[in-house]
Structure formats: C-alpha cells, structure tokens
Design a protein around this ligand. Structure first.
Ligand SMILES: C[S@@+](CC[C@H](N)C(=O)[O-])C[C@H]1O[C@@H](n2cnc3c(N)ncnc32)[C@H](O)[C@@H]1O
Length: 224
C-alpha cells in the first residue's frame, strides 16, 4: 500500500505537476523559473529521504517554491519553509490548495528572511537542499553551532559537480558565497561539517540515481 507521501508524489508525476507549475508561473522578481522544482531525479533522492522526518518539527532551509516543504508536511508534525526571496514564499503559498486537495493535513507554514531567524530549540529536523553553499560562512557557522547543541535530523543535498566546475573555472568561485568546508559542495565537505557538529553516523544516498542535467546531487542523511 502506498503511503500518503508516495501517493501525492505519484499524483504529481502523473498529472499534477502541470497545475503546480501553472500556480508557480508568476515568479516575478525571482531568479527561478516555474519549473525549477519538479519531480526529477534530483528531487526524488530528497523526497525518498523525507520519511526520516516522521513526527518531527522541520525547517526547510531555502525552500524556494515549497515543494519539499509541502511533501515533508505529509510525514512531519510541523514544517516551516524559509527563503530569503519573498516572491518565492508567495509562490509557495499559492500552491497550498493543491496540496490540501491531495490530502495535506499537517501544519505547513512559510516565512521569508534568512533561515537563522527560524532556528529554535524545538526544531528536530532540517532539510537543506542545494543551499548551504549559498549561505556564507557566518550563517553556516551559526547553523553548525545550532546542530552541535540540538542535534536535529539533517537531510542535506550536495552538489559535488559544482565544486569540480569551480576548480576548473576559478573565476566562477565568485558565485559561491560559502568558503568554509571548501564551499560545501562535495559529500566529503558536508560529512566534515556534520562530523564537526558532533554527528558520527550518516548515510549517503543517490550517488548515481540523482543525476540531473548531467550532474549528480547526492543526499547526506544523519542517522543519530
Ligand atoms: C539553489 S536554491 C535550492 C532550492 C531548494 N532547496 C531546492 O533544492 O530545490 C537555493 C535557495 O536558497 C535560498 N537561500 C539562499 N540563502 C538563504 C538564506 N540565508 N536563508 C534562507 N534561504 C536562502 C535562495 O533564495 C534559493 O531559493
């Protein structure tokens, strides 16, 4: 029997993604097209890790159009999606009726601003998909201190190919704002970041299944 999460993903894959992208179409002021988030190989590896958030109070850092925030709402107790771009938060809000029509009942809310404003001791799960290399060293260290103290379950999507691209094209480095842990692109740098925060059991998933547009986007999940 399919879980509620599997059912909604199946429904998006077969029919609903078009209606979601219709709702996201007005992205005025965002740097992200309406189809930026979809049920792709890159997304599927994150989505398959969401079961780890069962019963938790979750923060989705850099939630963008809200896809993972809503999907986590099918397993978690509470989810907040936070993004620095207000038009993305507006876009995420517009998708709410569609997820409610798919059976979403758990509390899901959205907030604009930097994620550091929404870290509080009740947070017991964090999704950080393709975002920690954007946040800069100060926010990364702030997050690491929070993790050291509170140990939420972490789901981090990495982007090792980007690190390689920066090595080959050093001038691209200016696009990345995080310098610590070699920019937080690779699996190894994310494992080191988590080890320094006190996590000693993790699993890495999607080494090959996450390939999207020629790049792999593996996910690291903490296990303790
Ligand atoms: C590359 S996108 C990834 C979006 C989404 N997590 C995904 O994987 O589809 C990075 C997102 O993080 C947001 N972002 C960057 N810095 C942030 C911060 N300090 N706090 C919250 N969101 C941030 C950006 O606006 C953008 O939507």
């Amino acid at each position: 029997m399919k879980t509620a999460l599997q059912s909604v993903v199946h429904s998006l894959q077969t029919a609903g993604m078009g209606s979601l992208q219709e709702l996201w179409k007005d992205g005025a002021g965002t740097g992200y097209p309406a189809d930026y988030q979809g049920i792709t190989n890159k997304a599927t590896v994150v989505i398959s890790a969401l079961d780890h958030l069962q019963g938790r109070h979750v923060l989705d850092i850099g939630c963008n159009s809200g896809l993972y925030t809503y999907l986590a709402g099918f397993v978690a107790n509470h989810v907040t999606g936070v993004d620095v771009e207000q038009p993305l938060i507006d876009r995420a809000e517009r998708a709410r009726p569609l997820f409610i029509s798919q059976g979403l009942t758990g509390p899901v809310d959205f907030a604009s601003g930097t994620f550091t404003n929404y870290l509080h001791p009740g947070i017991s799960g964090i999704i950080a998909a393709c975002v920690l290399y954007h946040v800069g060293d100060d926010y990364l260290r702030y997050l690491q201190d929070f993790l050291r103290q509170h140990r939420p379950k972490m789901i981090i999507q990495t982007r090792p190919g980007r690190a390689e691209a920066f090595r080959l094209n050093p001038s691209w480095g200016v696009l990345a704002t995080t310098a610590a842990y070699e920019g937080m692109f690779t699996i190894e740098s994310n494992l080191a970041f988590l080890a320094d925060a006190g996590y000693d059991r993790v699993e890495v998933v999607g080494l090959t299944s996450s390939v999207f547009c020629g790049e792999a986007f593996p996910v690291v999940v903490t296990l303790d």
